[in-house]
Design a protein around this ligand. Structure first.
Ligand SMILES: Nc1ncnc2c1ncn2[C@@H]1O[C@H](COP(=O)(O)OP(=O)(O)OP(=O)(O)O)[C@@H](O)[C@H]1O
Length: 712
């Protein structure tokens, strides 16, 4: 009785502060709960939430998924801290590739099969015991070790970290997902049992004609007839039980290409399958990591090498999977055939440990594995020709020439992800690229947050993993704006549609920092760093920079502080291959003048740091009060700059270009303002344009010629 009471008292704390902990039962022993509680009380709030705690409507509560929320320590743990701590407790460890391995403290020493089966992530300190599936944070394992020491025990029950009972809703959801997994699996048939003619049709549809029945059988691939989908099982846990399924459907396009669509149960956020893992032997030292289940089939069949597929392809490598890859001395990453996969393989190899990784560079002779199999290429040879991920600080052109060639022959992909809703941005900026810093400004209340929210949402909907740092407006309000933009309608008046849109929105790779108000730049950067590691974040939006200024020493010149902060974000963007969009309030605002680059920055140095500078210009017209213009005054990628008008649709909080013909995009040659103002070329001649006139000229339909000024 006292235990339950005590537990009830601690539950909400645990729920908030240690969500990863909370999956098991029965309840923890008293001393452990006490220790945990003490520590948790001193823990900072979480800084990140998965982006689906949506606006509530009167009677509904927020849905805040505690299980996928993330804990970030105030002072990030380092590998040295972890090692020092383990040594101080006299715990022997093996120094692995991405984790430290220790003996499981949740198994009786006499029952330990693989003695070093508890993995501590070197970057985050998160741990996973592979034999009991107990997982938790670095603080959690320290708590456990303290308890063990105090009670002079040589192991703890795997249930020691339990204590949180799921809500009815969560429990129902989990159980219904499990039932769904079982239902799909049992009502699908092994592909090898399908009548030959039908199997042939399926293989043709999925373009896997060269995959043998033996391979399909080995990997347990099935066919779910109602949707004509291939079913790939996820077997996991110490008992290798069925944890989930991935359904893959194929549709051919007019130009004979196949578009694959996939769905997972459970949902992709908790679908942590490494397809092919059960077939890997304990002693295997080499693996080929692919971006899809089909590619793993191809590699395995053609080379006989162990191969596993990442659950979400090149979009992320969740650190929770790293322990399963620790046994390999050599990891070949062959994630796909485009630049995005190539970039992802470079980023993932940092997590896996550069020295053991080699990468298959996409190219004409190196398509993705399944295509290579279909074309009769020698997959073993392609794997052998992969290049080591570790690179020296000084390289010669010889080492760079393939990279340069890759960039030249894939200009579209190199230009980045294209916006679906903003073709004008594509025309000027060409795309959204990793590792860049975009500075975005506009007058107070002009709609900066609303606009940048849609710009980021557009990218996120195309798979750009996004992290929002909204310090001014709270996350619920921001998520409400984004959901309205996503649904393209006000859901206030259509509440019956709320769940439909919320379910879809939930699937987006979207995260929010839970900071609010003034913040310390270091805490924000640490959180960003952490999220890049955990969620492979490609785009961080900081709204806005002024909320970091308050914490810095303002005795120093304000603009020097601003420069310093912009410099820090610049460094982060480059080092983490992550795009950072920084919203900045303009320095000066005069009602009758348009803003210019100099309105934002304190010094020329700061304007140097940004790759792109975007200004939301607000010209209040009696005829179109909501109309804004977006001016791009800097574009380091190819120098094109320009301005185009945007109409605001209040009903969906979205922006769109006014009807074509009336207002056309105008492009001007890039010339930094500090080199003579808004230089631009019209009909081949350079003309000086006063700021006040830029918007007017932009709106006038006119022919502009010259390389940088071709009208589209
Ligand atoms: N073009 C527009 N016309 C009219 N209203 C708009 C327009 N764009 C945004 N709004 C509305 O104006 C309000 C303020 O918008 P938002 O918060 O995006 O501005 P902001 O520039 O980020 O503000 P701040 O300067 O305070 O950061 C919101 O209610 C939004 O819906």
């Amino acid at each position: 009785m006292w235990r339950n009471l005590l537990l009830r008292g601690t539950t909400c704390l645990l729920q908030v502060a240690a969500p990863r902990f909370l999956h098991q039962r029965p309840f923890p022993p008293f001393s452990c709960v006490r220790l945990l509680t003490q520590r948790l009380l001193h823990r900072p709030p979480q800084f990140l939430d998965k982006g689906y705690f949506l606006a509530h409507s009167g009677t509904r509560a927020y849905k805040n998924d505690a299980k996928s929320a993330l804990e970030i320590p105030t002072t990030p743990v380092t590998i040295t801290d972890i090692k020092q701590y383990l040594r101080s407790k006299e715990i022997p460890f093996h120094d692995g590739h991405s984790c430290l391995h220790i003996q499981s403290i949740f198994i009786n020493p006499s029952d330990r099969k693989d003695s070093y089966c508890l993995f501590i992530d070197k970057t985050t300190g998160q741990f996973l015991c592979k034999d009991t599936m107990v997982e938790g944070s670095w603080e959690d394992i320290q708590d456990c070790l303290e308890v063990m020491q105090k009670q002079e025990q040589d192991f703890l029950s795997p249930h020691v970290l339990l204590g949180y009972s799921e809500s009815m809703e969560e429990q129902e959801e989990r159980e219904s997902e499990l039932r769904e997994v079982q239902r799909i699996w049992s009502s699908s048939v092994p592909l090898t049992d399908v009548p030959e003619e039908e199997a042939l049709l399926v293989k043709t549809m999925f373009q896997i004609s060269k995959v043998s029945n033996a391979t399909l059988k080995k990997f347990g691939v099935r066919l779910f007839k109602p949707t004509k989908s291939l079913v790939f099982p996820w077997f996991g846990g110490p008992d290798s039980s069925l944890k989930g399924v991935k359904l893959l459907s194929a549709q051919s396009t007019d130009n004979n290409k196949v578009i694959y669509k996939e769905a997972t149960v459970p949902k992709c956020n908790s679908f942590h399958s490494l397809f092919g893992l059960p077939l890997v032997g304990r002693m295997d030292a080499e693996v080929v990591l692919t971006g899809s289940e089909l590619d793993t089939l191809a590699v395995s069949q053609a080379t006989g090498l162990p191969s596993v597929a990442l659950p979400r392809g090149a979009s992320c490598l969740p650190p929770i999977l790293l322990p399963y890859l620790e046994q390999f001395k050599r990891v070949t990453l062959w994630l796909g055939d485009d630049i995005r996969s190539w970039e992802a393989s470079k980023i993932f190899s940092r997590k896996l440990g550069l020295r053991r990784c080699s990468l298959v560079r996409p190219g004409e002779y190196r398509p993705c594995p399944m295509e290579a199999l279909a074309q009769g290429k020698n997959l073993g040879q392609i794997i052998k020709s992969s290049i080591p991920a570790a690179h020296k600080s000084i390289v010669s052109f010889k080492q760079l020439r393939e990279d340069v060639y890759g960039e030249l022959s894939n200009t579209e992909q190199v230009a980045g992800v294209k916006w679906a809703r903003f073709p004008e941005l594509n025309r000027i900026l060409k795309g959204h690229r990793k590792g860049e810093l975009t500075v975005f400004t506009g007058p107070t209340g002009s709609g900066k947050t609303t606009f940048i929210s849609e710009v980021a949402l557009d990218l996120c909907m195309q798979g750009v993993n996004t992290l929002w740092g909204s310090f001014e407006i709270n996350n619920v309000r921001l998520a409400k704006v984004m959901l309205t933009q996503f649904a393209m309608q006000r859901l206030e008046n259509n509440l019956e549609q709320y769940d439909f849109w919320a379910d879809k929105f939930e699937e987006l790779p979207l995260y929010f920092m839970t900071f609010h108000g003034q913040q310390n730049i270091k805490a924000v950067l640490d959180t960003m760093q952490h999220s890049v590691y955990l969620y492979d974040i490609n785009h961080v939006i900081i709204d806005n920079l002024q909320f970091m200024m308050g914490q810095e020493n303002l005795a120093v010149d304000k603009f020097a502080v601003q420069d310093h902060i912009i410099g820090a974000f610049r460094k982060f963007a480059t080092n983490s291959s992550c795009h950072v969009t920084l919203v900045i309030h303009p320095r000066k605002e005069e009602d009758d003048r348009d803003l210019q680059t100099a309105s934002i920055f304190g010094s020329a140095k700061a304007s140097q740091e940004a790759d792109n500078v975007l200004i939301l210009q607000e010209k209040k017209l009696a005829t179109c009060p909501g109309r804004r213009s977006l001016q791009i005054t800097k574009n380091r990628f190819d120098g094109d700059v320009g301005i185009f008008p945007l109409d605001f649709l209040k009903s969906s909080l979205t922006f769109e270009a006014p009807i074509q013909g009336k207002h056309k995009l105008r492009k001007v040659a890039f010339k930094p303002e500090n080199e003579g103002g808004e230089g631009m070329k019209v009909e081949g001649k350079k003309v000086e344009v006063k700021k006040e006139k830029v918007a007017k000229i932009a709106k006038a339909p006119r022919t502009v010629t010259g390389k940088e000024s071709v009208q589209k």
